[in-house]
Design a protein around this ligand. Structure first.
Ligand code: S3P
Length: 459
């Protein structure tokens, strides 16, 4: 598979500092969550389609690789303007959902929890024995939460004391299920939804907190009978899917880096074009506005299952501290390292609670945020389920990422926004997991390159 180009880390790993101005217009990579789901759903669907993914990151390419391992005839070709097109020949041939070609499948899910959890759900529908492994970080992440409901649906699923590798032997039809998720996880919800396409009857899943609803939107748009009402998702099986082409909009969790950077920077005006405006992904906009940021949203015509539009953020007055706890924390899950940077640049003492789930992400993000905030000079206190932080005296810092893309990006933004005087990131390449073009966009907005993108707010 051809990948357009690799990201360029800051000049030979040198220090990142705040630029005099932070200005420009960019497009971030396609949304990671939607990309995984669009590729998998079209592979399970009847018909042909093209899924256009801008600058796919390592996690999305891992999902493409997993489909190839199942024998799905994907041909990744035709790079246009940093997009790769995946013409996916849907395998659905009148059966409820496609039966893939291979009967014995070894999947390497690398760093991608979403690939592992969604494919556990998909594997539960396949007449195959599927082994799912991860890299050392993924092999430490909890999988019983996805294994247990799929077992109750009738699939044989084993874990190693709740951790990967998972071994799944699927069957059809599966049993419909009524399940209360112990943690608000869109990955687990998505896995059950994919399995429920091959189940007999109505499956309902109740989540204890808000989760992103991309699975429901996409599968409904492709013909499944699926609905979300508050915290309850209902899906009726067996159900086929109609293949549908789509251009995956920009990732709000990637745009989040620039929202925080520009909200803190003293001379900033940044526009991010073509981002998913899915309300379940915009909690950061509300949080930053509460802290005093100036953010404008301009909806555009997306034409797919997701609302799409442009974001514009300009220098605010001094941001104010915030306390975050309860349900809204789950809705911010991937943005919390960046929220920590906004908190460390704000006036007053900020606190995050109810975020213990951060300890089982790509790294222990509570430990990692606290250690690195302390390195940049913030006054920070670790809590079992979050942190308490106030501004300190910014310092030059070496940042330890543990290979975690969101930690690397959050602390690059700390330097850009003046929360640190300078930052050296130990593993700048790890941003490729979700944001292949991060370093280029950072240079562009810092005035070291000037893009000429058409359209967008105010242009
Ligand atoms: C994702 C859901 C979130 C998020 C992850 C992507 C998804 O995980 O952290 O980056 O695509 O469903 P959980 O749902 O497990 O919290």
């Amino acid at each position: 598979m051809r990948v357009p180009w690799r990201t360029r880390p800051p000049s030979a790993g040198g220090p990142i500092r705040a630029p005099a101005t932070l200005r420009g217009v960019i497009r971030v990579p396609s949304d990671k969550s939607i990309s995984h789901r669009a590729l998998i759903a079209n592979a399970l669907a009847e018909g042909e389609s093209t899924v256009s993914v801008r600058a796919p990151g390592g996690d999305v390419l891992t999902t493409v690789g997993a489909l190839v391992r199942f024998g799905v005839p994907i041909d990744a070709h035709g790079m246009v303007d940093n997009e790769i097109h995946f013409p996916v020949s849907g395998g659905g041939t009148g059966d409820a959902i496609a039966t893939f070609r291979r009967r014995e499948v070894e999947l390497s899910c690398r760093n991608s929890g979403t690939t592992m959890r969604l494919f556990t759900g998909v594997s539960a529908t396949q007449p195959a024995r599927v082994t799912l492994r991860g890299d050392p970080s993924l092999e430490l992440r909890p999988m019983e939460r996805v294994a247990s409901p799929l077992r109750r649906m009738g699939a044989a699923v084993t874990t190693e004391n709740g951790l990967p590798p998972l071994v799944v032997e699927g069957r059809r039809p599966l049993r419909a299920l009524h399940h209360d998720l112990p943690v608000a996880s869109a990955q687990v919800l998505g896995a059950i939804c994919f399995a429920a396409l091959a189940a007999d009857g109505e499956t309902t899943v109740t989540t204890p907190g808000p989760t992103r609803d991309h699975t429901e939107r996409l599968l409904g748009w492709m013909g499944a009978e699926i609905a979300r009402d508050g915290r309850v998702t209902t899906i009726r099986g067996p159900s086929g899917l109609r293949a549908r082409s789509l251009v995956v909009p920009g990732d709000p969790s990637s745009a989040a880096a620039w929202l925080v950077a520009a909200a803190l920077h003293p001379d900033a005006d940044v526009r991010v074009l073509g981002v998913s405006l899915n309300p379940t992904r915009l909690a950061l906009v509300d949080v930053l506005r509460e802290m005093g940021a100036t953010i404008e949203i301009e909806p555009r015509d997306g034409g797919g299952p997701e609302p799409v539009g442009d974001l514009r953020v300009r220098t605010a007055g001094q941001l104010q501290a915030i306390e975050l706890r309860g349900g809204r924390v789950a809705a911010l899950i991937d943005e919390l390292p960046l929220v920590a940077i906004a908190m460390a640049g704000a006036d007053g003492v900020s606190e995050l609670r109810d975020a213990a789930e951060l300890r089982v992400k790509e790294s222990d993000r509570i430990a990692s945020v606290v250690c690195n905030l302390s390195a940049v000079g913030a006054e920070v206190h670790e809590l079992p389920d979050g942190w308490r932080v106030r501004r300190g005296r910014p310092r030059d810092a070496n940042v330890t990422t543990d290979g975690d893309h969101r930690i690397a990006m959050a602390f690059a933004i700390a330097a850009l926004a003046g929360v640190a005087t300078s930052v050296v990131i130990d593993d700048p390449g790890c941003v490729e997991i979700s944001y292949r073009t991060f370093w280029r966009d950072l240079e562009t907005l810092s005035g070291r390159e000037h893009p000429s993108l058409p359209g967008g707010l105010g242009s």
